[in-house]
Design a protein around this ligand. Structure first.
Ligand SMILES: Cc1ncc(COP(=O)(O)O)c(C=O)c1O
Ligand SMILES: [Zn+2]
Length: 411
């Protein structure tokens, strides 16, 4: 670990104590940035890349807030596959399109990156467990990592969370409390609940060290591209923590001289959950509030908890926010799967839908090198997947005649 030198508030810039969750002056609006001694990090980062014993996210420990040889959760996190789509079959005719498949992480979503760092820190601190409110993936991730590490996991989710995510929580043995309300209601309860129960908080947008875990996506992608990144990176946005975590990772890499600039970040929102896109269009640096409604449950958020950081990430990277319809998201799921073999949940496929939209809007063209970040596996929400692919066909009699008749009927 490079020593954490300070935390600063995204809203007012003030320095906060290194054990603060959000800015003491600004409250939940003031999420915090983690700063390191980057001179020390530069040297240690280069040395660690040469060490074959360091695998997955721990290759990047020099830029992470964990002790160099501290305890780690036992699940392996990354590297996840980076696939280049065949230009002849890529949706939208993209000729330089890659898919980063984070559906292949241990609990099948990007959230494992942040959880691995959160749980490593909990183990280091001797915490008895963690608590989180989540739309589903952060919760199932925390449940899996706590099961692996032998820690307590207390989970608050909206009762509408997809069944596969609930199934993960139950099977991993988390203490599950579906909340009769929205994700935002669950989130508001998580802050006092963690304090009352003496548990570390893993809710998005409050614990500044979680963004450092998300950052590993950027570090890993940059290494996979041999430090020569494509122009655009598209990722879906709900609370804004993933996109701001990725931005932080690229920014740290610029600061230690590994990459020349931060790639342009495309923040993709569902049209029915577009609080940040609205703020972006209005030129604001804090998010609007909406009443979210979208089939992409993971990015269904009324009030983005890390909105300021997300807006800053998009602005400073020279990127853009845009919105895509639920129809476009559902169409992107089979389009992506059939062109690449990557089965994504709606929020993951939204990244591809966003790139297609960006091309239509002239932000980029079919020759622009870009990455669609698949943030969660399609197995997370089988009902949405079946809907996206047009439903399960009616059964046929188990005879060759019936099969041939059914084939003819489909032509
Ligand atoms: C699969 C998936 N994609 C995207 C997101 C959006 O991340 P954020 O809320 O940090 O913007 C989430 C968050 O739950 C997610 O689970
Ligand atoms: Zn502040």
């Amino acid at each position: 670990m490079a020593p954490v030198t300070q935390l600063t508030c995204v809203a007012c810039g003030a320095v906060a104590p290194t054990d603060a969750m959000t800015c003491p002056a600004c409250g939940p609006e003031g999420t915090l940035d983690v700063h390191y001694d980057l001179d020390a990090a530069r040297v240690a980062f280069a040395r660690d890349l040469e060490d074959p014993a360091l695998t997955g996210v721990w290759r990047y420990r020099a830029l992470l807030p964990v002790a160099d040889d501290g305890p780690r959760p036992p699940l392996q996190v990354g590297p996840t596959p980076l696939l280049r789509l065949d230009p002849a079959r890529a949706p939208g005719g993209f000729r330089a399109l890659w898919v980063k498949d984070d559906g292949r992480l241990p609990t099948a979503s990007f959230k494992d990156r942040a959880t691995s760092v959160a749980v490593a820190r909990a183990l280091e601190a001797g915490a008895p467990g963690l608590l989180c409110a989540s739309t589903g993936n952060a919760a199932s991730s925390l449940a899996g990592f706590c099961a692996a590490a032998g820690l307590r996991a207390v989970i608050l989710v909206p009762r509408s969370a997809p069944r596969a995510k609930l199934a993960q929580l139950l099977v991993y043995g988390a203490e599950l409390f579906p909340v009769a309300g929205t994700y935002d209601d669950a989130f508001d309860l998580s802050l006092p609940a963690a304090e009352a129960l003496g548990l570390m908080l893993r809710s998005t947008g409050v614990n500044p060290y979680l963004a450092e875990g998300k950052k590993t996506g950027a570090l890993e992608l940059a290494e996979q591209f041999a430090w020569d990144l494509p122009e655009w990176i598209a990722v879906s946005v709900g609370d804004g923590c993933i996109v701001s975590g990725l931005y932080k990772g690229f920014k740290d890499l610029v600061a230690i001289g590994r990459i020349p600039r931060v790639p342009k970040l495309l923040g993709v929102q569902a049209a029915g959950s577009d609080a940040l896109t609205r703020a972006w269009e209005a030129g604001l640096d804090a998010p609007a509030q909406v009443e979210a409604k979208t089939c992409a449950d993971s990015i269904s958020v009324d009030r983005p908890r890390d909105g300021r950081k997300a807006l800053r990430a998009i602005r400073e990277s020279g990127g853009a926010f845009l919105r895509v319809s639920d129809e476009a998201i559902l169409a992107a799921m089979p389009a992506l799967a059939r062109a690449s073999g990557v089965f994504s949940e709606p929020a993951g496929a939204a990244a591809l839908a966003g790139l297609l939209r960006a091309k239509d809007e002239g932000l980029l063209d079919a020759d622009t090198p870009c990455v669609a970040w698949v943030t969660g596996s399609g197995l997370k929400d089988a009902d949405a997947a079946i809907r996206a692919a047009g439903g399960v066909p009616e059964p046929i009699e188990p005879t060759l005649e019936a099969l041939e008749a059914a084939l003819r009927a489909r032509r």
